[in-house]
Design a binder for this molecule. Structure first.
Ligand code: TYD
Length: 204
């Protein structure tokens, strides 16, 4: 059995990845595995302050500044939380990571993707997820799930949503062995079963 895995959960807003992350956590813990649940932006400490700015600041934020705030949060998260957990053989389940910046700031906001890849690499010190789930949903499902109380990122509109979604699908085509796309316009249980099928090849 492998230990010290790094697994990321990705997808456009409202895709249900946090529910799936919690279900997978319960499943792995029921098998006696040591799991760390964490998220970006804003796992804890300084990260929570950066998250507050990113999601709630109501003044103007330039696209490049937004990217650097996500990247600053990531560098802190990698150094202080993710690397120590992997080094102590935990299975790290992370709600959003590098692919979010490529999908949202790259495909969504239109920033240069090669440049984002380089900056991501600096922020992570070269660490890559072992496995990434992309929970793919259409705009109608997303709108139903997100509802009316939207944060700054969720207020970016339909075209933005579709660019982000297509960004994730493109990324998955480029890295099929790391990134697994799961049709998430289905029930929580059906999606969870797909997650388990994939995870069993990695862990057991
Ligand atoms: P959050 O409330 O954590 O939403 P979700 O449950 O959808 O993950 O908000 C995070 C928002 O930040 C989400 O809209 C995606 C966005 N984001 C980026 O734009 N770039 C990034 O690098 C990251 C990590 C998140």
């Amino acid at each position: 059995m492998k230990k010290g895995l790094f697994i990321t959960f990705e997808g456009a807003d409202g895709c249900g990845k946090t529910t799936q992350l919690n279900l997978l956590c319960q499943y792995l813990q029921s098998k006696g595995l040591d799991v760390l649940l964490t998220r970006e932006p804003g796992a804890k400490g300084l990260g929570e302050k950066i998250r507050e700015i990113l999601l709630n600041y109501d003044g103007e934020v330039s696209d490049r500044c937004e990217s650097f705030l996500f990247l600053a949060d990531r560098a802190q998260h990698i150094d202080k939380i993710i690397i120590p957990a992997i080094n102590s053989n935990k299975i790290v389940l992370c709600d959003r990571h590098t692919d979010s910046t490529v999908a949202y700031q790259g495909y969504g906001r239109g920033l240069d993707i090669e440049q984002i890849n380089r900056l991501n690499n600096i922020a992570t010190n070269g660490l890559k997820p072992d496995l990434t789930f992309v929970f793919d949903i259409d705009i109608e499902t997303s709108m139903k799930r997100v509802g009316d109380s939207k944060d700054r990122m969720e207020s970016s509109g339909k075209d933005f949503f579709n660019r982000v979604r297509n960004g994730y699908l493109d990324l998955a085509k480029k890295e099929p062995s790391r990134i697994k796309v799961i049709n998430s316009n289905r029930s929580i249980d059906e999606i969870h079963k797909d997650v388990i099928k994939i995870i069993e090849n990695y862990i057991f």
